[in-house]
Ligand binder design. Structure first.
Ligand code: AMP
Length: 403
């Protein structure tokens, strides 16, 4: 055992290059899952999967430094489900596997991956997502017989206090998007939860960055972990190359008409629009609807029900535009999203990359369009410099935009 400080200072990073020779069947996962992978169009393992799956199958601890979009979810779901086959499963309200996530949306998404793969397995594995913002009673009742629990920290603590769930049988702990969990202020909650887990367990930690604040999770003691780093530069650059980026130099009051013009002239059927504030997100969605374009907003001030509905409507194609704040720029996976529009630029260049990374994912092409005001020009230059890529900018005057 060692503390995380020690771990970070002597970290060995395995840089993973693309090797095309390996297939999922070489990795040791359940043959039932292999069939499911084929039907879900997972043709070959992504780099993080090639590294993490064999280690997790051997019950090793893993520290994965990887972004959403790298395939990290399947890299732990597949071996965890394989390990649970034939294992003695916990009963009643004792769960075997705990996945801690920072947001409700990620909880639902990770649960979907567990659920879809567990459907093909002979041993029934029950998975469930719990999160705050919705009534606790139905969750308390449904927790009976759950084997894999995906939870946000606050709600999990409430459920533990109500004796609705017990953590004494946990064999594997996953901390997904650990950096985000800490950024959102969940340090105390995470440490309290970890202190309740059996000391002997497998730990899988995934984080987009390996910042020093990972050390704030004092209750996490990784045991000789396999450290996998999907290099930012490598994965993002690969992804960014798939994305066509353009920018429009536009006055603030012309952004609304420009957005409508682009949606119509490019025949956009599904577009994710980013704003910087919740107020603006609502405002942009309202204006689009008034102009006959189906749009919904998603942000932290919406109720959980409204957030789930908005995402569902967008994913199903019922609405054309999802207007979002940075709350969902990370962690939410929407397959084959063709367009992302930055109605307002994000403050940090990193967030810019995260935002535009919602398109051009899983090796499908996408287009990212940024609205840049005259005041934003300097900031946009900084973003381009950090990203190492120049984005062509077209100046828009009011008379260019016609309806
Ligand atoms: P994640 O990083 O876990 O959010 O996954 C990103 C996206 O990649 C999801 O839509 C996955 O379904 C997809 N995906 C993950 N692994 C593979 C794979 N080996 N082949 C094809 N798609 C994958």
């Amino acid at each position: 055992m060692e503390n995380n400080e020690g771990l970070i200072s002597r970290i060995f990073v395995s840089q993973i290059k693309k090797q095309n020779s390996m297939s999922f069947s070489d990795l040791g996962i359940s043959p039932f899952l292999l069939k499911a992978l084929a039907t879900q169009n997972y043709t070959e393992p992504y780099p993080i999967q090639r590294e993490a799956i064999p280690a997790i199958l051997q019950k090793k601890d893993v520290l994965g430094i990887a972004q959403t979009g790298s395939g990290k979810t399947a890299s732990y779901v597949l071996p965890i489900l394989t390990n649970l086959q034939g294992a003695i499963l916990s009963k009643n309200r004792h769960v075997n596997v705990l996945v801690l996530v920072p947001t409700r949306e990620l909880a639902v998404q990770v649960r979907e991956v567990f659920h879809s793969f567990s459907l093909v397995l002979p041993d029934r594995i029950k998975s469930m997502a719990v999160f705050g913002g919705v009534s606790i009673n139905p969750q308390m009742m449904a927790l009976q017989g759950v084997n894999v629990l995906i939870a946000t920290p606050g709600r999990l603590l409430e459920l533990i206090e109500s004796n609705a769930v017990h953590l004494s049988d946990i064999e594997t702990l996953v901390l997904d998007e650990a950096d985000k969990m800490l950024n959102l202020g969940f340090k105390e909650e995470v440490n309290s939860i970890l202190a309740m887990l059996p000391k002997k367990r497998q730990n899988l930690l995934f984080s987009a960055t390996l910042s020093k604040n990972i050390n704030d999770i004092t209750q996490l003691h990784l045991r000789d972990p396999l450290v996998i780093k999907i290099d930012d530069g490598e994965s993002d650059a690969e992804n960014i190359d798939l994305i066509t980026q353009t920018a429009y130099l536009v006055f603030e009051d012309k952004k609304g008409p420009l957005l409508r013009y682009l949606i119509k002239s490019k025949g956009m059927k599904q577009v994710l629009v980013f704003t910087s504030s919740t107020y603006k997100a609502d405002n942009v969605a309202d204006k689009l609807r008034k102009n006959g374009i189906e749009a919904v907003a998603i942000h932290s001030k919406k109720s959980q029900g409204a957030r789930t509905d908005a995402l569902q409507q967008f994913k199903s194609g019922a609405v054309t535009v999802l207007v979002a704040t940075d709350l969902i720029s990370r962690g939410i996976d929407i397959k084959f999203l063709p367009f992302v529009i930055n109605y307002e630029l994000p403050r940090s260049p990193k967030d810019y990359v995260h935002r535009i990374g919602r398109t051009g994912r899983a090796e499908s092409p996408g287009e990212a369009i940024s609205f840049v005001t005259h005041e934003d020009v300097h900031h946009f230059n900084v973003i381009q410099k950090k990203m190492g890529k120049k984005v062509e900018m077209t100046e828009v005057s009011g008379s260019d935009i016609k309806f």
